[in-house]
Ligand binder design. Sequence first.
Ligand code: KG4
Length: 339
Amino acid sequence: MSVVILGIESSCDDTSAAVIRDGYLLSNVVASQAVHEAYGGVVPELASRAHQQNIVPVIHEALKRANVKKEELSAVAFTRGPGLMGSLLVGVSFAKGFARSLGIPLIDINHLCGHVMAHFIQAEGDEFDPPKFPFLCLLVSGGNSQIVLVKAYNQMEILGQTIDDAAGEAIDKCSKVMGLGYPGGPIIDKLARQGNPDAYHFSKPHIADLNYSFSGLKTSFLYSLRKWIQDDPDFIEHHKTDLAASLEHTVVDILMDKLRKAVKQTGVTEVAVAGGVSANNGLRNAFREHAEKYGWKIFIPKFSYTTDNAAMIAITGYYKFLDKDFCSIDMPAYSRVSL
Ligand code: KG4
């Protein structure tokens, strides 16, 4: 009998549902929330209200596109955390009610683990060459910047992580200071393609071990801008591509410096990248350059699996299902939880 998993993701501002049959992705529906753009960041209360509106149609659409009836489902996998509590509760509550009504198991998924597992999503027509355990994964998103040693799908060790801001958060904040839209990551990425990455230099952190810090870069960016704007009030408008390229270059350098160190320390040369910031073209290029220069085998996810999506939740759920690793109906949502 085939194993059919419904995955549900609602940790932040994307409502998503996906269906996986025997490890193959059949559908992955994502409803993003444009409502936050006007505020320059995610407004938690608006996010949970939008999830409430979206959850039923999104799940309905995912089942329809997969051509799967709800009675065919083997289990419901849902994001337990980390994330915004109000957002998580919508997905968690729906998953519990749905699984209970169908009499099938529930599977709780750590959102960060899901991002790493995005490399195991297999869809019809896709080339499928997943990393072999153990591999390293640079997990970079709006809320996290971590280097993870992935020993098995359910055994991940954090080797280093940010001690303050995440890389995506720093990019978003610098973009906001420049008066660009939200989220800043894709805007900075686009502008950076036309700019000079060596035009400006911003301070880099000196942090021990494999940890990261991005708050100093943010401050350095802000103070430099203030100074330049005193001389030329239109400085940002005149130099935005060079500013974006230099900012992106600094973030990528910081990320790759520690990743090289992690490869050296562990001897592991299969290296993946995951999370929203892994959509960044500068970071993707740096991965390709490192593969060439240092002989790494690299794994870069498809763009659609970089930002929040339920396909990554469903595939992690599939592996947990095979191990019969289910959770009880009283499993709470966790806004803060590590890998
Ligand atoms: O993983 P994600 O969708 O959400 C979580 O934080 O869990 O990541 C969102 C982050 C935001 O900071 C966004 O600006 C960043 O990913 N991002 C990018 C790009 N696309 C999204 N950052 C740089 N370049 C991009 N192309």
